[in-house]
Design a protein around this ligand. Structure first.
Ligand code: C2E
Ligand code: MG
Ligand code: MG
Ligand code: MG
Length: 280
């Protein structure tokens, strides 16, 4: 198909768009049935304290394994789920599965301090987000303090009632983190009013942290901002020891990234972190 595309992109624009449209429709059809067919599952990525290597929590990341398409990455299906409204069902499934997993670990005598779960901005379009979270906590029996919801800056800035919902979520006791911090633009005045506890430095700033002066400056500024606002700051996408050392040197002691672990299945998490998860 791409082969048929000539030098003149214009001429083949329509057919190629049709191809994409068909592909999208197919993906959409598959996606709609993914939950009932039990094709979705969760991976968990450790969040650690840099100086001690202690596990402070895990982030739940959804995975879709389709029999024909194989493993479809979130960047291909989350935006589609958002456009079609399926994100509400999916988000509810992710949250309840993540909470159930926490309770399973607890029941097995394993102490995973915190579960972080991503929420899409689209889930804030409906007033039901707060009752959805409250219901799932009640049904699973997970203590609200063990749950941290991750939202991006766009949720805070673009959703009319977001501040009210976020305050309600805070009042039921769940933690809140701002994901991909630094890539959107939240007004600091607005941030000040939000009951968030955590800023997650976007991994784009971590990537070249010790070679790119701008990234370095941004990361340091976020760390300082977090300090002065009494927030914890966690760096995303830490892939090297050098990056971890840099962060520690500049006052950021929390990290998540391939240097510590990729997102993994619960069994793999236990295998590697079991010794420090056992309740004494
Ligand atoms: P995110 O919430 O910022 O999640 C972090 C992403 O960075 C994950 O990608 C993770 O696998 C990846 N990552 C972690 N450490 C490293 C590293 O050291 N290097 C590199 N290169 N990547 C790293 P993933 O799982 O593909 O998810 C991508 C995005 O999709 C997430 O970004 C989040 O925005 C969205 N997403 C994933 N699961 C969910 C979900 O259950 N609900 C919603 N609403 N969004 C989700
Ligand atoms: Mg996240
Ligand atoms: Mg992120
Ligand atoms: Mg993201």
């Amino acid at each position: 198909q791409a082969k048929a595309r000539g030098r003149n992109g214009y001429r083949f624009y329509a057919p190629s768009m049709t191809g994409e449209g068909v592909e999208r429709l197919r993906l959409e059809t598959f996606l709609r049935r993914s939950l009932e067919k039990e094709e979705m599952f969760l991976n968990f990525q450790p969040q650690v304290e840099i100086d001690t290597g202690r596990l402070i929590g895990v982030e739940a990341l959804v995975r879709w394994n389709h029999p024909e398409l194989g493993l479809v990455p979130p960047i291909r299906f989350i935006p589609l789920a958002e456009d079609t409204g399926f994100i509400n069902q999916l988000g509810q499934w992710v949250l309840s599965e993540a909470c159930r997993q926490m309770v399973r670990w607890q029941d097995a005598g394993l102490h995973v301090p915190k579960m972080a779960v991503n929420l899409s901005a689209k889930q804030f379009d409906r007033g039901s987000i707060v009752s959805m979270v409250a219901d799932i906590l009640r049904e699973t029996g997970l203590e609200p303090q063990r749950l941290q919801l991750e939202v991006t800056e766009s949720v805070i800035m673009n959703t009319g009632d977001a501040l009210a919902f976020i305050n309600d979520l805070h009042s039921i006791g769940v933690g809140l983190a701002i994901d991909d911090f630094g890539t959107g633009y939240s007004s600091l005045a607005y941030l000040k009013q939000m009951p968030v506890q955590t800023l997650k430095i976007d991994r784009s700033f971590i990537k070249d942290i010790s070679t790119d002066a701008n990234d370095e400056a941004i990361a340091i500024a976020i760390i300082q901002l977090g300090k002065s606002m009494n927030l914890s700051v966690i760096a995303e996408g830490v892939e090297t020891e050098e990056q971890a050392a840099f962060l520690l040197r500049h006052g950021c002691n929390l990290a998540q990234g391939y240097f510590y672990s990729k997102p993994v299945m619960p069994a793999d998490l236990l295998e590697h972190w079991m010794p420090m998860l056992k309740l004494s």
